[in-house]
Write a protein that binds this ligand. Structure first.
Ligand code: K7E
Ligand code: CUA
Length: 661
């Protein structure tokens, strides 16, 4: 009996997928390309784009920075993955950023960009992003587009409902996608899911001035899958909403077994109340190891500290702080409109999009309009919380963003379209095809209290025939759509790095005016910072430190002798330029890590272990001047037993090491 139900559900899913493949799409879907599309996306040479867009790099672990409306890629910011282009995660200064309680982990799966907010508006200071696989949250400083901090989230598996921010950047919040056995002995049978598996929700405090993160408290929560989240704002400020699936608590064949119940949940948390409980001392300290990595902008060096405990509260003991709201069919996105009154939940297999009213949720709580409990948490009656449903939006609703005119835009993964509807009436106004299968979508400022509007960007999972083919592995893509009029109009397709789950965009001025152009040498506190008179080479046992400078167009020293096989050479290169756009690179023949790309005023270090005697060239890897090709030198390596003295020089200025070997 049970088996046949599984089978028929699988058939239904297969039918939907087949329908998509065979191109059966809902009627009235139009492919509208704006007649003046070229004019609307053309940014003449030498002119700037109107907006910065930040995309998550998905399985690349990085962040992409694009200009809109041109779609030009401006930068890849390395976050959770090593990046040979600039030595991120390879240089000695940056390696600690990728440290975790489980050691050095040079890759992750990044999903949600989240910019800091003041008063519910994007303030352009920091960009947060989650590492999904090895649970981590990173913070990028938008003054220099550099990852400045990464904190690991313990007691978490699949840091997916993360990092969603509260309206004054009080917290970035993270919830587990996968429930797991938490605490004491986690070695339990998988089929004991129901009794042993739990979720956690972490409130990570953000310092108002420095942006520094620390885990304030964690909540032990029912053992379901927490998928996505958004903070309340305006009317609903102080609350946080999470989509939950697998309320069936299945641990195998979730495709079928987690799709049994007609409704799963939205979890509504009163975080201000939870904060009060926490301040009143309701949390227990539990043992948990996690790394907290910080990049210091004056030492240009990261440190990694392992922390050993977190404060935990059990959600079911937190009276009046948590409520479930039934939500059809495995909800994915949960999005809050700019006023904070409407909470939109997208059930992946649902035929409607439910829109909940914050006011009605509050009334229902006051009047105890509950249909029962789930794991000791009251479940509000669906109708009591509902403002209305968007009827026939399309197939496979995933995510919703908002414009500045009271409209919402939702992605339909299966029917490959964006649907525009009116938030207050839930009436569908327009729809446009996208190519193909959008996940998230993004309106600039579209998850904040003050959307900028003008465009929506579809972040598509499948590109198939949209670009020149590149073998089996194809690019991901974004599509820019004009939403300034009543009808949505397609303007531009452009490829993206990795898989762009979520993205955010803001008017360029908000960020451009704060840009750092170089690091001041006078403020460089790196342990190996070197100014021209202090250039030297120092042996400490089998480690040789080269205190090197780089300036157009020479590296000092450029001749080094006295290195022996078995030594480890560390080149500490200070770029002594004090000018915008004057980086130098550094590589030495056979170095088995990556190059260094050193910004003006910065110091970076690279380890090199020569394997056999010889003379090895090193050079600047960034074409920095007319005499860039001359920016080169040699290092001589002698056999292990040789007595070649350690010496270095530039031109006629040569030195021999005074220190004893
Ligand atoms: Cu929908 Cu990870 Cu936000 Cu991808 S998630 S699409
Ligand atoms: Cu410095 Cu090329």
């Amino acid at each position: 009996m049970k088996r046949s139900r599984h089978f028929s559900l699988a058939l239904l899913l297969a039918g939907i997928m087949l329908g998509t493949l065979m191109g059966c799409k809902p009627k009235q879907v139009k492919d509208v390309i704006d007649g003046d599309a070229a004019g609307k996306v053309y940014v003449p040479p030498g002119k700037y784009d109107e907006l910065y867009m930040f995309t998550s790099g998905g399985f690349s672990g990085q962040v992409g920075v694009y200009g809109l409306p041109s779609g030009r890629l401006l930068k890849v910011i390395p976050v959770f993955s090593q990046n040979p282009e600039n030595g991120w995660g390879y240089s000695e200064e940056t390696k600690p950023m990728l440290n975790t309680s489980g050691g050095f982990i040079p890759w992750d799966d990044a999903h949600h960009t989240e910019m800091s907010q003041t008063n519910g508006e994007i303030d352009g200071r920091w960009l947060f992003i989650n590492g999904n696989n090895t649970p981590r949250i990173a913070r990028i400083n938008l003054v220099d587009f550099k990852t400045e901090e990464i904190i690991e989230i313990p007691n978490c598996a699949g840091n997916h409902a993360s990092p969603f921010i509260t309206p004054n950047s009080e917290y970035v919040v993270s919830a587990t996608r996968f429930s797991i056995p938490i605490q004491s002995n986690p070695d339990v049978p998988i089929n004991s899911y129901d009794s042993n598996f739990r979720g956690t929700i972490s409130f990570v405090k953000v310092d108002k001035v420095t942006g520094r993160m620390n885990i304030a408290f964690q909540l032990l929560a029912p053992g379901v899958d927490y998928d996505l989240s958004h903070a309340g704002k305006g009317a609903s400020d102080g609350w946080m909403f999470f989509s939950c699936y697998n309320t069936e608590k299945a641990s195998t064949l979730l495709e079928v077994n987690a799709s049994q119940r007609d409704k799963d949940f939205i979890l509504a948390l009163n975080w201000k109340k939870l904060e009060e409980y926490f301040k009143a001392g309701k949390a227990k300290e539990v043992q948990a190891d996690y790394a907290h990595n910080v990049f210091n902008e004056t030492t240009h060096t990261a440190t990694s500290t392992i922390e050993h405990s977190v404060k935990m509260m059990n959600l079911k003991d937190m009276a009046d702080a948590a409520y479930f709201i039934p939500c059809p069919k495995s909800p994915h996105g949960v999005d809050v409109d700019p006023t904070g009154e409407y909470i939109v939940a997208s059930g992946k297999l649902s035929a409607v999009i439910p829109v909940f009213s914050f006011k009605k949720i509050q009334d229902a709580i006051r009047n105890k309009e509950f249909e029962g409990n789930y794991d000791s948490i009251p479940v509000i009656r669906y109708e009591a919380a509902l403002a209305g449903e968007v009827q026939k939006p399309g197939l496979g609703p995933l995510h919703t963003e908002f414009d500045d005119k009271g409209n919402a835009y939702s992605t339909m993964f299966i029917s490959s379209e964006i649907v525009k509807w009116k938030v207050a009436t839930q009436q569908v106004l327009d729809r446009i095809k996208v190519f193909y299968s959008p996940g998230h979508l993004m309106v600039p400022g579209g998850d904040s209290r003050k959307p900028y509007g003008k465009y929506v960007v579809a972040l598509n999972k499948i590109t198939k025939d949209r670009y020149l083919p590149t073998g089996p592995e194809l690019t991901q893509s974004a599509q820019l759509i004009d939403i300034s009029g009543d009808k949505m109009k397609l303007l531009l397709d452009f490829p993206t790095i990795g898989e762009p789950h979520y993205a955010q965009a803001v008017p360029a001025d908000l960020i451009r005016k704060n840009q750092r152009r170089f690091y001041k040498l006078t403020e460089n506190k790196n342990a190996y910072v070197t100014l021209p008179p202090d250039v030297k080479v120092v042996r400490k046992d089998k480690t040789i430190h080269v205190y090197m400078t780089a300036i157009r167009s020479h590296l000092t020293p450029d001749n080094i002798e006295g290195v022996k096989v078995g030594d480890e050479v560390i080149f500490h290169v200070t770029n002594v330029e004090q000018d915008w756009d004057a980086p130098h690179g550094f590589a030495v023949m056979g170095n088995d890590n990556a190059e260094l790309l050193i910004m003006p005023g910065e110091t970076a270090s690279l380890i090199w272990k020569p394997r056999k005697p010889g003379v090895y060239p090193f050079y600047c890897t960034d074409f920095c001047s007319a005499l860039h090709q001359e920016m080169q030198g040699y290092i001589r390596v002698s056999s292990a037993g040789s007595n070649t003295p350690l010496s270095w020089g530039l031109g006629s200025d040569t030195h021999v090491a005074k220190n004893k070997e």
